[in-house]
Design a protein around this ligand. Structure first.
Ligand code: HEC
Length: 156
């Protein structure tokens, strides 16, 4: 009996966290902006891939997909790599249509790059997760990092 309750509480908890993490705005962003070219297109595709990773791991967190530590490690290692490459994908003034990047990126490029480093470390920690129970905390940390950057540097 006790076990059953615990399990249900845990599922509810995971569901809530998933809602928070996925509401960061990337869950529905499947529509990569058509018409984008060059570096804008490249970074949109990179962001999209990171969004897909969060969606897949979100499904694991909600119990919709079986937990698989190898998938978690594999996908997050790609995400970490992407995070490291992000600063290069924002050359000065690259706001050409249909980019949603804000000029503030280049007014405070150091702070912007610092968030990409944070994404490297939160992705790394997520990659070390070895059980479904540990996913919510690690996912939330990553989700917060995505959100922190979008809030300040991406058109709402
Ligand atoms: C350091 C800042 C930063 C971080 C960290 C960041 N993003 Fe972004 N993201 C941006 C900016 C800026 C844009 C707008 C890019 C553009 O339109 O040129 C964007 C756009 C997006 C888009 C829309 C892409 C499109 O096709 O228009 C998605 C999806 C996205 N980010 C997902 C994520 C996810 C998921 C994470 C975390 C795992 C993340 N982002 C982390 C800055 C960031």
């Amino acid at each position: 009996m006790y076990k059953l309750h615990r399990r249900r509480d845990l599922m509810t908890f995971r569901g809530c966290i998933a809602a928070v993490v996925l509401s960061a705005g990337f869950a529905s962003a499947a529509l990569a902006h058509s018409g984008a070219t060059g570096v804008v297109k490249q970074r949109m595709e990179t962001m999209k891939s990171m969004g897909d990773t969060m969606k897949q791991l979100g499904a694991m967190m909600q119990g919709k997909q079986a937990f698989d530590a190898a998938i978690v490690a594999g996908r997050t290692s790609v995400m970490k790599q992407h995070a490291a490459e992000l600063p290069k994908m924002f050359p000065k003034g690259s706001t050409q249509h249909p980019s949603e990047a804000l000029p503030k990126i280049w007014e405070s490029f150091e702070a912007f790059s610092k968030i990409t480093s944070e994404l490297e470390s939160t992705s790394s920690a997520l990659g070390d997760v070895k059980s479904a129970d540990a996913l919510p905390v690690a996912m939330t940390a990553v989700g917060k990092t995505c959100k922190a950057c979008h809030q300040d540097y991406r058109k709402p």
